[in-house]
Design a binder for this molecule. Sequence first.
Ligand code: NIG
Ligand code: FE
Length: 414
Amino acid sequence: MRVDVIINNIGKLVTMRGKNSPRIKDEMNDLEIIENAYIAIADGKIVEVGTGNEYENIVQEYTSIENANGLLVTPGLIDSHTHLVHGGSRENEFSKKLAGVPYIEILNQGGGILSTVKSTKEATFEELYNKSRKSLDRMLEFGVTTVEAKSGYGLELDTELKQLKVAKKLNENHPIDLVNTFLGAHAIPPEYKENHKVYIDIIVEEMMPKVKDLGLAEFCDVFCEEGVFSIEESAYILSKAKEMGYKLKIHADEIVSLGGAELSAKLKCISSDHLMAASQEGLKEMAKNKVVANLLPATSFNLNKDYANARKMIDFNVPVSLSSDYNPGSCPSENLQLVMQLGCLGLKMTPNEVLTAVTINAACSINRHKEVGSIEIGKKADLAVFDAPNIEYLMYHFGINHIERVYKEGKLVV
Ligand code: NIG
Ligand code: FE
């Protein structure tokens, strides 16, 4: 057996291996933790996991042995909901927000998403690339090795394509793997305010086929919300997307309980995201249809809103993942460790549930569970090495970066 790298002397190795589908209930809590472990890597993939010195008989003269110094190792973290590629920043809305002006009202006044649409249109490909690369560098420093990136700040073909092409190029050039999502249905451009149908036809007839033809996005997403895209409009856009071969995601029941959770179940979305106002019925339907609830607690924190009812979701057998929602309005932060801490402090999830939510369940929520999300033979050697004695410490000692080292496909990247 060829072995390029062995990481030995791992104090605690959290594998998340064994179930390559979304984990529910107790499965989110019952984690395999191997003490005094090692991982053998060849060609960027994991080829063996063992304990103590058992690796000695597989060491070749070219094998590099790297000491984890007794630290905590987990699968590389996965941020499965971001609006990574965008122009500008919206700190100019901060004082309005602090004074209590609602998020949707700022949008209706032409600010919010629409102001970022303007900055994104004005930005060149290079400017967007460099700004997004900086954000990815930050994410990597926090232990994130896979990121989902949405379009949605163009609302016309060229700018939507520009965003997706930036993410595609970053996927080629940056250590982080990216998964692209088309979100042309993120807001209604002001010129179509009185006639949604015209814009929806542009999305469905012009943008979605083009994005698909160019291979620029695997998922299609819609911001289903009162005053944005209604249930009927979202259902129409997502069903068309499904026919074209997209996998589905939805921003559902974030502010108003519209029935987005129910819709995500009906359409068998891979994930349904936000869900602060989701109904009980909707959650039960999601559980039946194995839709992952992708929760975004840093958005609740930043908008000073209620947290989603994660405890109820877990009770109802809904698989839960957690992501940053990194974007310039509702969550201007790339820090997934903060999201994990808010997963405990805000969503009342246990540290083990939180770790499941940002590894294997997050991988499932972007259809990457066969490649990443757990430490097992055949998967990418994406690893987060934390200077922490146990999982609890990661969430308990909040507000700092616990990363000591990050490996992406077996290579040291941080
Ligand atoms: O997921 N809710 C809609 N979209 C984003 C926010 C985007 C923005 O404010 O720019 C979200 O929170
Ligand atoms: Fe979002």
